[in-house]
Design a protein around this ligand. Sequence first.
Ligand code: ATP
Ligand code: MG
Length: 565
Amino acid sequence: MTEPESSTAGNFVRELVEQDLQTGKHGRIVTRFPPEPNGYLHIGHAKSICLNFGIAQEFHGICHLRFDDTNPTKEEVEYVEAIQADVRWLGFDWADKMFYASDYFERLYQYAVQLITQGKAYVDSLSADEMRTYRGTLTEPGKESPYRNRSVEENLNLFSRMKAGEFPDGTHVLRAKIDMASPNINLRDPAFYRIRHAAHHRTGTQWCCYPTYDYAHPLSDAIEGITHSICTLEFEDHRPLYDWVVEHAGAPCHPRQIEFARLNLTFTVMSKRKLLELVEKGHVSGWDDPRLPTLKGLRRRGYTPEAIRAFCEHIGVAKRDGVVEMALLEHFIREDLNRRAPRVMAVLRPLKVIIDNYPEGQVEELEAVNNPEDPTAGTRTVPFSRILYIEQEDFREVPPPKYFRLTPGREVRLRYAYIVKCVGVVKDERTGEVVEVHCTYDPETRSGGPQAQRKVKSTIHWVSAAQALPADVCLYEALFVKANPGDVPEGQDYTANLNPHSLERLTGCIVEPSLAGASPGNRYQFERQGYFCVDPDSSAGRLVFNRTVPLRDSWAKIEKARQDG
Ligand code: ATP
Ligand code: MG
């Protein structure tokens, strides 16, 4: 991928908010992030969180966290808690402004009574199927329900009995009385209340009819004094209804709804339904599987909140839907970790190397730079001894063209240590596989030695065998094989595009002893391999790492540094 341009995409929402401040329409900006607690947050939500909290921060306002918990059957306390943790992890704070739409159930009910009293809402008793037929289509107007002209008294009576639990689910619906012939289907007498005898995670069985999103959302915004209600593009056609509800219910203020394009990313899915399905069907190990775009998954993978925020800022906010490349997100992760992650040496697929002329039992502590990008990061020592491990791919008995790493008769430099030369191999008699590489080292080539600057074509990493720590390493690839996972032949669904190689778990990896104190969440650059993060399932006896993102150009970089150095 080419480097993204340094300039950041526009943010028209920010401009609209700024105008509203300049014209004096508002003194203080109040936004909200309104998740429905029916799933875990994902990177798409991060865009909305960064936008809502970011705008509030920038203009010295406040952003509320509001749980949009109007659907009793799908919502759970588990999600409520996870969402709070994720928003905090991303780096945002709602102070004491955490609310639930369910806090407003009583007030919402009173607003509905008011609408009925003013003849602006009625109880309809058509069946769901009939109601669908009456609604009309995009090209044909709808038809008025025979119940549309019930008297105010009858409506009030029925509505209070809906609340009292006298009717079974689906028998009556409270609808707005707007316009069955409206070209905007959302305005054809939308449903505001449905009967549902279901317990709610906060209000229990107190209610048996629940408000719809289109009714509850604008009023919740207005009750909280939200100035700018920022939502995704699919609500653009609902805006006239949003405005209708706020105006006709006599709400205390009129928030301005602004729609922006949702974030879509290549090679992944973001709908909560699909994420839930991937978890429930065992395609992934859980909501925090490092292959998922959930914030829990990305966090376990090693992504940083700083990088996610920088990414969200960079992609900007537009009015047109688009798809962002996963590679761009990875670029931001790399940029951030490059600055912060300490470098260490780890061997993922070990091959034993014996330095024949190195004294047995001798151990030297060699100085290694912790992070060349961070002068304050200092140095550490790594032990060097006669038996080491290198990466299997760093040795070839018969080198392919342009292969400059270790091969019989050839010299390479061991990072931070000596130049070694391959003088022989030991093979498994049965398989013919090389199981041991024998080398000699040149004592003059150590850092500070007379031949320290001697150049060879390549530098490889290594870990001294005696002090090495065992580790498992999980390598991840995209969860789907297609940029658009929904691109499938007739009769199949997106799961047909799952990547069977999305996870490769390497056991028997080894890492340098400085990682002895590594704890879950710590992030490192394994030299030449990429960025890795300690998994929560790690134990003192066996470290487990997740590869956050591979390095690009690891070869070119190390070679260049040596040649420049
Ligand atoms: P889904 O369609 O998967 O169920 P949702 O939009 O219903 O997701 P909510 O919990 O209602 O999920 O979302 C909370 C907020 O996050 C909403 O304001 C929504 O617009 C925003 N949001 C959700 N997905 C994205 C996305 N991909 N990009 C930007 N904002 C998003
Ligand atoms: Mg939603």
